[in-house]
Write a protein that binds this ligand. Sequence first.
Ligand code: CU
Length: 153
Amino acid sequence: MSRTTASVAVLAAALVLAGCSDSSDASDSSGSRLSVSGAYIPQPVSADMAAGFLTISNSGGTKDELTSVTSGDGDVTLHETTGGAMEQVSRLPVPAHGQLVFKSGANHLMFDKLKRKPTQGDTVTVELHFAESDPVVVKMPVKSATYIPKTGH
Ligand code: CU
């Protein structure tokens, strides 16, 4: 199910981040060109559940889809938030010349059954899997429990 209104609402804020991408580029011949920026995990209360956030930008002219996220440190699922309740989704679109944004109160990665509680200063490595593009490995830094990205809300 698409969350068009949420995507539009965050697009303006996300564009501000375009100049400070700090992560890897992945490209292939399919026409989608993906990069990841702004990844972080607020330090969770326990290893049972943690949320993670990042922005996937597609500078290519072909849309793609995030189909799963895996990690050697625990289980990861994709969640979107609808009216304050979160809901697991199986895939999320990455529009051509657009972004898929995970941010507090909206789309997020949900970590479960982590081997140990992530602590500020740690990194959790995840692999993003797409319908078209090659997988992208992202090292997500663990920030303080109250961390808010400078350019976000
Ligand atoms: Cu969730």
